[in-house]
Design a protein. Sequence first.
Length: 184
Amino acid sequence: MGLNGAGKSTLLKIIAGVFKPTIGTVFINGEISPLLELGTGFDPECSARENVYMNGAMYGFSTKYMDSKYEEIIDFAELWEFEDVALKNFSSGMIARLGFAVATSVKPDILIIDEILGVGDFKFQAKCMNRIQSMITDGVTVLLVSHDIMVIKSMCSRAMLLEKSRLVCIGDVEEVCAVYEGNV
């Protein structure tokens, strides 16, 4: 957590391997599923169906594997009416639903989420929270960036506060949230 410009998204991108650190080293132990920005890896000219398979390929999954997950993805995203529509005709909420459904259709060791939960209607947000809670219960490590303190407190057991790309504190979520709220 931290104010805009604190370095939260940059840190997640370094962990996800999108950016290389300028100093130091990041060691990842496990399979990562990053959900960093809406529509990352999606082609707006292609349909939802085509994008599911292309995005799956970007994660390293075979067509056969994506065939086995396709219905689950479209069901979760609630996009059956739009599966053959080009993404350029989708709202940002529809793209978010598709992106979230693809990224969470597998059980990664680490799920990285950058502010994605602020998009979509309240019913979809609740659906996402339930899926994330289920993944946490199943042992998935979730790295979550959000400006919503209530989301942080409800989803996290530990937190880290950044300020101007520097670590201010790390620890129990309630304690770190109290420092954050005191600094704002």
